[in-house]
Design a binder for this molecule. Sequence first.
Ligand code: SF4
Ligand code: SF4
Length: 445
Amino acid sequence: MAALKITKMALNSVLALMSERWDVFVPSPSPAPGGPSGFRLFEPRPMPAPGKPGPSERDSSVNRQTCDEDTLWNGTGQGGQKGRDRENHLPEERLPQFLRRVLTVKPLKELFFPRSEPILGYCVDGAFGGNGDGTGVSVFMPEGVLPGKPRVVFGARPCDAASLTVLDRVFADEAYPDDFYISRRKNTIIVGLGCNVPAPTCFCPATGGDPFGTAGLDVLAYDLPALDGDGSSQGHYLMKAVTREGEALLGFLSEAHLGEGPSESDERACMALEERARKAIAAGLPADTQSLGRVLGGIFNHPYWATLHEKCLGCAACTYLCPTCHCFDISEEPDPGASRSGGESPKGGPERPRLTGVRVRNWDSCMFPIFTLHTSGHNPRPTGLERVRQRVMHKFYYFPENFGAVACVGCGRCVKYCPVNLDIREVISHIAALGGTGVAESISA
Ligand code: SF4
Ligand code: SF4
C-alpha cells in the first residue's frame, strides 16, 4: 500500500487541493463560541498576494504552548477549566495544531447519521388525503439531504473510525439497509490520525481497538514530531493507505508533488510512536470488554444495578456523544404556513386545504423514560435502574450477541462528559469482577 509524507506546513495546501475534488471535513471548534466541537467543512483560504506571507509561513509562528495537548484536551492550560473542553478558536492556518486535540466533543457519526435529518417530504392535496376529486398525496425526497460531492474526512481518530464499523452492522445490514447512511459511507474517504498521546479517559484497547488502529479508515496518518535540523519547524504527517480508496487519494496528492515517500527512519519513528502510545494507554485500562457478555447474561437481576443508577441524572449526554449509539425517533413536521394554500379545487369551488411537511429522523436515547413509553401508559423501563442497565447490557451483551462486536470503542467521551462522573470504565471492571466471583452463574442458576 502507498505511503506519503507531507510537511505540516503544507497541510493547508493539501487540504485546499483535496477541496477541488472532495468536500473536505476537518475536526474543528464549533462556529458558535463555546459550542461543542465536531467536524466541519474545510474552506480553503485564498492564496496570499505576492510578497505577503502565506499560510505556510504563518504556521511557523504558532505558539505551541497555548495549543498543547493538555490545554486542548483537559482544559488545564492557562485559564482552562478542568474536566471541560476548553475550545481554542484557532484560525485556519493553525489547523495542524488543532489536530493535536485527541477527540472532538461530537463524534464522527454525525457526518453519516446526522443528529436530525429529513427523510421524506410530503404534500397532501384536498381534504387531508381525500382524492375523490382528483387530488392526492405526493411524496418526495427533500433537497440536499444526501451529499452530492464525494467527501474526505481528515483527522478522525481511530476510535471514531472504528465506531463506523459498529454502525455499519446496523445501518448497512443486508436485511435492513439504510440508504441514507450507506450512501454517505460510500461517498466518504476517511483519513485517520493516530493518537501519539492518548487522553487519560481513552481505553480503546479494552474494546479491541488501538491508538493507531486502522478499522474503518482508508488512510492512517502519523503525526511525526520535528527532528532537529530536518528543515521543517513543525514536523510531518506520514500517511499510509489502508484501502484502495486511500491509495487513490495518496496517488492524487503525490501527482501534485505535495509530498514524498517515507524513509526507513520515518518507519522507525512510526513504530516508536505506536509503542509509546500503547504503553501509555495500557496503564489505565479497565477489564477487557470482549467477554463481558458472559457475565452480563447472568446478572440481569443483580443488586448492583440498583446502586449504579442512583447518581445518573438521565441527561443522555453519554448516548448522544457516544460514537456508536444509534437509536433514533421519527416524527412528522407539518408546515402550518402551507396548509391553507392549496389553490382552487378542480371544480372551481373554494380553496381546498393542502398539507405539506417533512418526516424527520432524530437521535433518541435509551436514557430517557419516554424512549420506551407505550401509548397505553405502560413503560417497560420505568426507572433509571432499567435504563442504565439497558445501556450497559446493550453495549456489552445484546449487541455482541446480535452483531458479534461490543458497541463501545473506548473513546472515553461518556467518561469525560457525564456530569456526575458515572465512569463506564469502573462499571466494566466491576462487572468483570462480579464474573470472577462466580456471582453471575449463581444468580442466573
Ligand atoms: S460507551 Fe462511552 S467510551 Fe464507549 S464508545 Fe460510547 S462514549 Fe465512547
Ligand atoms: S451522562 Fe451520566 S448522568 Fe447523563 S444519562 Fe449518561 S450516565 Fe446518566
